[in-house]
Design a protein around this ligand. Structure first.
Ligand SMILES: Nc1ncnc2c1ncn2[C@@H]1O[C@H](COP(=O)(O)OP(=O)(O)OP(=O)(O)O)[C@@H](O)[C@H]1O
Length: 253
């Protein structure tokens, strides 16, 4: 279980996240929604311990800020928005980095078991035929899938995803979310994703946390949180009726 209690975090001494608390059970996937700049990525970075926070973030009762980096990497992994800087690594090497927390020494080689895990996860995201290609030569969607394979290889208790569907076509978006969903359910793990597409949130989330101005505004099932009046208030748009109008355009006359 992940317990986030009264956390505050931000940059340069200014709090962006203000007093956020939420609990996520094992096997659950939580989607974080909210308008641009409301602090979704900052909350993920706090959970990943990339930025400092005040308050408490515990996994299975243990405070995460007290864990050393290598152990922490077996507990939590963040797949963030694709960086513009690509390092000269192959698909295989990039996914192999996911096994780093499990190596005995910094320069020790991957065991046969580690290598099998790397290949298994490259296959899982359908990139086996590209395993020796440089990641700088991949499309945005292929690269996204490489990072997904890396985080599956890392096998943390909590996967954090920042807009993971960005570069993916609809088929791959659904595949990615279904992959993550079954990973969480089968392994009793936690997935927390920032998603802008509220249709995908409806489809994917067990629970939804809506944020605004650094605070948690609403938490619960997508049915409860994504209600017409709250969406109007927070996004300043009648999202439900907009979606329903668009749906009508798909109807065959
Ligand atoms: N590295 C940083 N240094 C200083 N301020 C930052 C930094 N990163 C983000 N911010 C500020 O923190 C606030 C929240 O940003 P954050 O990226 O967490 O929002 P978000 O909800 O993820 O936004 P979006 O939906 O646009 O991705 C914004 O005002 C942003 O300008």
């Amino acid at each position: 279980m992940l317990e986030i209690k009264n956390i505050y975090s931000g940059y340069d001494g200014i709090d962006i996240i203000k007093d956020v608390s939420v609990t996520v059970n094992r096997g659950e996937n939580l989607c974080i929604v909210g308008p641009n700049g409301c602090g979704k990525s900052t909350l993920l970075k706090s959970i990943a311990n990339i930025i400092d926070y005040r308050g408490s973030i515990k996994i299975d009762g243990k405070e995460m800020s007290s864990m050393d980096r290598k152990y922490l990497a077996t507990k939590v992994g963040l797949m963030s928005q694709i960086s513009q800087i690509y390092f000269p690594y192959t698909v295989y090497d990039t996914v192999a980095f996911g096994r780093y927390p499990y190596l005995k020494g910094v320069f020790s080689d991957l065991s046969i078991e580690d290598k099998n895990i790397v290949i298994e996860n490259i296959k899982k995201v359908n990139l086996y035929e590209l395993k020796d290609k440089m990641i700088s030569e991949l499309s945005g969607g292929q690269l996204q899938r490489v990072f997904l394979a890396r985080i599956f290889a890392q096998n943390p208790d909590i996967i954090l995803l920042d807009e993971p569907t960005n570069h993916l076509d609809l088929k791959h978006q659904i595949e990615l979310l279904e992959n993550l969903n079954s990973w969480a359910k089968q392994n009793n793990k936690i997935v927390i994703g920032v998603l802008h597409d509220l249709n995908l949130v409806q489809y994917f989330a067990d629970n939804v946390l809506m944020m605004n101005k650094g605070q948690a505004i609403s938490y619960g099932s997508s049915k409860d949180v994504l209600n017409e009046s709250l969406l109007k208030e927070i996004y300043g748009l009648d999202i439900k009726n907009f979606m329903l109008e668009i749906l009508k355009r798909w109807e065959v006359v």
